[in-house]
Design a protein around this ligand. Structure first.
Ligand code: GYE
Length: 335
């Protein structure tokens, strides 16, 4: 009896202990979930205020590039602050600084006149929380200072140009080529020249003259006139853009020679002006460089504003056009 009584007491005590001590751990109420800040609503194109720094207005390609950005901004409802630097580097740098100070601007797009001189304003932009996207021209700066670069593979355009010039000079005993160069210091001019030199040796081309004509038809004519005064032993012209090639064709005609026949002409860009010159027989071959970059660039800017990491370079897809096809293709061209 006593034993039973003791056991009962022990049993009751244990029960009690279990009861009061370790109440089944109440569902560990997750520490009250700190209110997760509502996920930041994704920004839309209408939330973008873009400070756009253009090189200037040096020709058909640039006009198409500028129109692409203005028209696409209109369509997407982007607030665009467009700056034309009149082809002066110092204007571009001070505009960049201005946009860094501008509280409304959340994206800065740059078409750089030259590859160097950008680190200070890029660091300032980063500190100011601005998204920077490079369009058209690459620059020499640490990649973490900009979101992405959307533009052509200029070196590849140069390589293509040499391969095509070899075809044009096939069978020619001498292959003396003169080069009309874009603005000194720009990635387009540097890389196209380097790419051409990488491939020209494959058919024994010699560059006998090379000089900048700053992307302009007027200077292209003047520089070609000077080349022809020095020597008419020229079989080809490598013009780094259409305008300079059109200027060279004029100089060749005025020197009593036939452009496209006595002296072959190859240009880069593929603007409507070059197609018309191909139809006229003055220009033989054109390597394309696409100026209609705005949709890609604005899409990249929006992704970056919404925190997406982008590839550092998105090269454009481009072709080559021949005089024999120019009449058919011209009506399909957008610029
Ligand atoms: O070839 C030329 C323009 O940066 C690709 O600049 C551009 C070049 C283009 O002035 O026509």
């Amino acid at each position: 009896m006593k034993r039973l009584f003791l056991l009962t007491v022990v049993f009751v005590v244990v029960l009690a202990m279990v009861g009061c001590g370790a109440a089944p751990p109440a569902a560990q109420s997750e520490p009250a979930q700190a209110e997760q800040p509502a996920a930041k609503a994704a920004q839309t194109y209408k939330d973008l205020t873009v400070g756009f720094i253009q090189t200037g207005s040096e020709g058909g390609w640039r006009a198409a590039n500028t129109a692409s950005f203005k028209e696409t901004a209109e369509q997407l409802g982007i607030n665009l602050k467009f700056y034309d630097a009149q082809n002066k580097l110092e204007n571009q740098v001070s505009a960049f600084h201005q946009f860094n100070q501008d509280k409304d601007v959340n994206v800065i797009i740059l078409a750089a006149l030259e590859t160097t001189g950008w680190e200070e304003v890029l660091k300032e932009a980063k500190d100011a929380g601005k998204i920077v996207v490079l369009e058209d021209r690459r620059i020499d700066a640490p990649e973490d200072l900009y979101a992405t670069y959307i533009g052509s593979d200029f070196a590849e355009e140069g390589r293509k140009s040499a391969v095509e010039m070899c075809k044009l000079l096939e069978g020619s005993e001498t292959k003396n080529v003169v080069e009309l160069v874009g603005n000194v210091g720009s990635s387009a001019a540097k890389d196209r020249g380097q790419g051409f030199r990488e491939k020209m040796g494959e058919c024994g081309i010699t560059i006998t003259e090379s000089q900048t004509a700053n992307w302009s038809a007027t200077e292209g004519k003047q520089v070609m006139e000077a080349f022809l005064k020095k020597s008419q032993d020229i079989q080809g012209v490598f013009a780094q853009n259409d305008e300079m090639g059109l200027g060279a064709a004029q100089a060749i005609s005025e020197a009593g020679l036939k452009p496209g026949t006595d002296i072959k002409i190859l240009t880069v860009d593929a603007t409507a002006g070059a197609f018309k010159a191909m139809i006229a027989g003055d220009i033989n071959t054109v390597v394309e460089c696409n100026p209609l970059l705005a949709p890609q660039v604005y899409e990249a800017a929006l992704k970056a504003v919404n925190g997406e990491t982008l590839p550092k370079w998105v090269p454009s897809q481009e072709g080559v056009f021949y005089a024999k096809d120019a009449e058919t293709i011209l009506p399909t061209r957008k610029y």
